[in-house]
Design a protein around this ligand. Structure first.
Ligand code: HPA
Ligand code: ZN
Length: 343
């Protein structure tokens, strides 16, 4: 398959997206429209000027812009619009199931009620299922550079939402904020029935991955690419089939790796890890899910069959039930066979 054939193939490939920050899907055009609607002043004259500023030295330089962008999100309708924009784009790129993050504290600390963000997002996700056929499980992610008691307060705010929020996560600036600090709040979250994921081993050391597993009870690791520095940890992740939600374009844009040709995706796959490919913050990192499959495929020489396996892994690594997984994996298989790609 040539590049354009591969792109078309990937766009139609049924897949799940398991590492996606809804606030990271805020495209400059929507950001400007919401700023106008809410009368929020921006330090850039236009959406093009803002996009031109998207050059990051590391995770924290990205987060500065990402949190500044979030200030335009004010009303429930804003959160609905944000989520709906993402869902329509995802549907056009073959996403059949999504487990998105949002950061409630980013909004509550600006005075936006927990309910405002949550209700807007949930309304769009519900409509995404009925109108676009995309199922979802929402993950509320705690900010690791805010005190654990703020995460605890957020967990309390979520009480009325019962089963509407499926999981808790941990994100924001990683280095200097080890998972162990959040052991108590995650223990309470687990007791309340939440599933647990955590960002670890993006910029932070492999010990943060081990910490996320042991102290937080994480069942899936977001990023996790630095596990390769610890062979015993790789063995454990393989043995326990702990999924990694890898985000190739993010890793290049945030300089976790120098170029796509240096990305460890192939090594992770060859080590036998349950690897998935995802888009993280696509409005900031130059591509949605298709580009995140395609860029490493081209740079590392992955085959269409490798990409089919990544799509299968995305459903296996999801929170869906056994029957739902089997049905979606059967769809992947049928799609691959229709396109003459071996299983
Ligand atoms: N890493 C950590 N925290 C984040 C990210 C990320 O890529 N995006 C949004 N919050
Ligand atoms: Zn992330």
């Amino acid at each position: 398959m040539d590049e354009s054939g591969l792109r078309t193939f990937v766009e139609g490939l049924p897949k799940a997206e398991l590492h996606l920050h809804l606030e990271g899907t805020l495209e400059p055009e929507l950001l400007f429209a919401l700023a106008e609607r809410n009368e929020v002043a921006l330090p850039y004259p236009s959406s093009d000027a803002l996009r031109a500023a998207y050059h990051f030295a590391d995770l924290s330089s990205f987060l500065d812009l990402y949190y500044a962008g979030c200030t335009v999100l004010v009303t429930e309708q804003d959160f609905y619009d944000l989520t709906w924009h993402y869902l329509t784009r995802a549907a056009a790129e073959g996403v059949r199931h999504v487990e998105p993050f949002y950061d409630p504290q980013t909004h509550t600390k600006r005075g936006i009620p927990f309910e405002t963000a949550t209700n807007g997002i949930l309304r769009a996700l519900t409509e995404g299922e009925s109108a676009l056929g995309i199922t979802s499980r929402l993950i509320m992610s705690f900010l690791r550079d805010d005190p654990p008691m703020s995460a605890r307060a957020t967990l309390e705010s979520a009480l009325p939402y019962d089963t509407l929020i499926a999981a808790v996560g941990l994100d924001s600036a990683e280095v200097g904020h080890p998972p162990e600090e959040f052991a108590d709040v995650f223990s309470l979250a687990r007791a309340r029935g939440y599933r647990v994921v955590a960002h670890a081993g993006e910029e932070g050391p492999p010990a943060y991955i081990t910490g996320a597993l042991d102290s937080l009870g994480a069942m899936r690791i977001d990023h996790g690419v630095r596990c390769l520095e610890d062979p015993a940890l790789v063995e454990r992740l393989v043995h326990d089939r702990v999924p990694l939600t890898v985000c190739p374009l993010s890793n290049v844009r945030l300089r976790v790796v120098p170029t796509m040709a240096d990305h460890p995706l192939r090594h992770l796959i060859e080590a036998g890890l349950l690897v998935t490919v995802n888009s993280d913050d696509p409005a900031y990192f130059g591509g949605y899910i298709t580009d995140n499959y395609l860029a490493p495929a081209l740079a590392l020489g992955l085959s269409a069959r490798d990409l089919v396996r990544l799509a299968v892994a995305s459903f296996e690594a999801s929170f869906l039930g056994t029957g739902e997984k089997a049905a979606l994996i059967a769809d992947v298989r049928a799609y691959a066979e229709t396109h003459g790609v071996g299983w």
